[in-house]
Design a protein around this ligand. Structure first.
Ligand SMILES: *[C@@H]1O[C@H](CO)[C@@H](O)[C@H](O)[C@H]1NC(C)=O
Length: 209
């Protein structure tokens, strides 16, 4: 009998413990470093935990012939606070996701169609780790490191990626250098690139100065 009493007390204690099952993003509230505030649990429905935006192909009619469709906390409120998110990557023939980093997350990629050449560069010694992946193969990209994906097939290739953060962030190297108003002279001095090349890339990517 005593054992039952103890068990009962434990069950009551665990039921009362303030474990929060989820924190569906309240997208109308401000976003802090830890993510969004929680939507009132009484307003949460199954729809908050389902995202249909990765069903269809992204639009690859662009300069990089690629589309990244995010399922981050801003698009998929159910992942808020859970430490993970996803995206879909569509690469038309010759498509490329240019050299970029996610400051806030490691990434794991699975090829679901076609073939993709991917790689990353270590920060410690700038060593390159690259591989060509076929359908079903997976590659992991450690947090914060520069990496890229290129279509390695003559047809459209597709991958699903998972991030270790609901808000992984994204910085594309060429956009940082050539898609803003950082003067060509400063870009040249800080990258050792030829000013004529910088002007050309600024023209292509919409940069000025
Ligand atoms: C894809 O994007 C291009 C360029 O922005 C646009 O012209 C085209 O209508 C888009 N296609 C679809 C199916 O949305």
């Amino acid at each position: 009998m005593l054992h039952f009493a103890i068990l009962f007390c434990l069950l009551v204690a665990s039921a009362n413990a303030s474990v929060q099952d989820f924190c569906v993003a309240d997208l109308k509230a401000p976003q802090g470093p830890a993510g969004y505030s929680c939507k009132s649990p009484t307003k949460v429905t199954a729809k908050d935990f389902v995202f249909s935006g990765l069903v269809g192909a992204g639009n690859t009619s662009n300069i990089i012939k690629a589309a990244v469709t995010p399922a981050f906390d801003a698009q998929f409120p159910g992942v808020n606070g859970l430490g993970l998110s996803m995206a879909r990557l569509d690469l038309a023939p010759k498509g490329v996701v240019p050299m970029h980093t996610h400051p806030g997350a490691s990434e794991i990629l699975v090829v679901t169609q076609g073939s993709i050449t991917a790689g990353f560069i270590s920060s410690s010694d700038n060593k390159v780790y690259t591989a060509t992946l076929k359908k079903g193969e997976v590659m992991v990209f450690p947090q914060g490191l520069l990496h890229f994906q290129i279509n390695a097939a003559g047809v459209t290739s597709v991958a699903l990626v998972t991030f270790s953060s609901p808000n992984p962030g994204l910085q594309i190297l060429d956009f940082a250098l050539f898609a803003n108003d950082l003067p060509t002279d400063l870009v040249s001095k800080t990258t050792f690139l030829d000013p004529a090349l910088i002007k050309t890339l600024k023209g292509v990517l919409g940069g000025t100065n």
